[in-house]
Ligand binder design. Structure first.
Ligand SMILES: Nc1nc2c(ncn2[C@@H]2O[C@H](COP(=O)(O)OP(=O)(O)OP(=O)(O)O)[C@@H](O)[C@H]2O)c(=O)[nH]1
Ligand SMILES: [Mg+2]
Length: 350
């Protein structure tokens, strides 16, 4: 049953109003009647009647009923919004976002993930959300598999001092003496700019007893590669060029173009210590050379690789190797998602 109150100058008028509304349904029952003084001192009458629910809704008419329903729906949605603001889920996504942001992960990437998990149980569970983010990273980091024993011409390019020559020495030792399948390895030096660059690679080559050539001119490059046709792995060292030095880059491009070899792989060497925008600058600078993969060095020199991960997940450039120190040949390993994420999780401290 539903109670409703009618107000009029006299009790009769009030009752008439009630009858006008419900009389025809014949279900009206008078519950209370009273007279009260208005603010201006005049008496008004108030009666309260009881009607059954059906009559109440019928008398309210369809449009009022719809209005009521609308009100209920809007109330419910307001309550839900309020609940979501107050719910621990907001705290969870904020905390997790901060955790990843502070470690170099881009806010756009975090936002994308939060959108994906919105309205799922992941969004309100800190551990689940962190796992989900790490899993997504895992899916978005590309890795190139090592091709031991396969013929390959590989040139390393990158900024100065990132570890190109050291990495070439490590790769050479790995290919020539590392596993069951030893490859015939030759080293080529294009490092024409820096004094002592030739000697550095020459020393490694004689230590490892490997073939070593020095290319003096562009015309020399193709002839040298042809003469090394019987070698399985040809590793080419290049001059380090600053991302802001276009002259040197053009020289390196001229060398690469002169040989026009489809089978020549180019690895861009990037230090794990670089900040996100520096990595982007390096990547953009060398994009003219069209690198096929990335070798990341100096993992041992930083505990913060979020910037690197942000770059890898965004550009999806595959990683070939990871260098973890100065020791030749030990401090080099084929890239793996597990290792990269392990280093990142270590820094998350969760
Ligand atoms: N800590 C650490 N040092 C490294 C790593 N890789 C290379 N280095 C050191 O970085 C310095 C520069 O290494 P190089 O191999 O000469 O670098 P590069 O890129 O050939 O330099 P340029 O030829 O001058 O452009 C050396 O002292 C290396 O021992 C690494 O993974 N970790
Ligand atoms: Mg070098």
């Amino acid at each position: 049953m539903v109670e409703e109150t009618f107000v009029a100058p006299t009790p009769q008028d009030a009752y008439r109003l009630a009858k006008e509304k419900y009389g025809e349904f014949g279900v009206l029952r008078l519950l209370r009647a009273r007279q009260i003084k208005n603010a201006d001192g005049k008496l008004i009458s108030e009666i309260t009647v009881e009607v059954d629910e059906e009559s109440f809704l019928e008398s309210a008419g369809v449009s009022e009923e719809e209005e009521l329903l609308e009100e209920i729906v809007s109330l419910r949605s307001r309550m839900q919004r309020l609940k979501s603001v107050m719910s621990p889920a907001t705290g969870v996504s904020e905390r997790v976002s901060r955790l990843f942001l502070e470690r170099g992960i881009r806010s756009e990437w975090i936002e994308k993930i939060l959108q994906e998990v919105k309205e799922t149980s992941i969004a309100s569970d800190e551990k689940l959300l962190i796992s989900y983010m790490l899993e997504t990273m895992d899916e978005e980091i590309e890795i190139v598999k090592e091709r031991i024993g396969k013929r390959e011409i590989r040139m390393l390019v990158g900024p100065t001092g990132v570890g190109k020559t050291t990495t070439i020495a490590k790769l050479a030792a790995r290919y020539a003496y590392g596993g069951k399948k030893s490859s015939k390895v030759a080293l080529v030096n294009l490092d024409t700019f820096r004094a002592g660059a030739y000697e550095q690679l020459e020393n490694f080559a004689s230590l490892l007893r490997l073939e070593h050539r020095y290319v003096r001119s562009i015309g020399d490059f193709e002839r040298t590669l042809e003469s090394l046709d019987t070698y399985d792995k040809i590793l080419i060292d290049s001059a380090g060029t600053s991302p802001y030095d276009t002259g040197r880059l053009i020289k390196t491009i001229e060398f690469i173009k002169s040989v026009r070899r489809e089978d020549m792989k180019i690895s861009l060497v990037i230090p794990a210590t670089a900040k996100y925008h520096d990595i982007l600058d390096i990547y953009e600078h060398f994009s003219f050379i069209n690198p096929s993969d990335i070798i990341v060095t100096k993992f041992d020199e930083t505990r913060r690789i979020g910037d690197l991960i942000a770059f890898l997940t965004e550009k999806r450039v595959p990683v070939g190797y990871m260098s973890t120190g100065q020791q030749i040949p030990d401090d080099l390993e084929p890239a793996s998602r597990e290792r990269i994420l392990e280093l990142f999780v270590g820094e998350l401290n969760v």
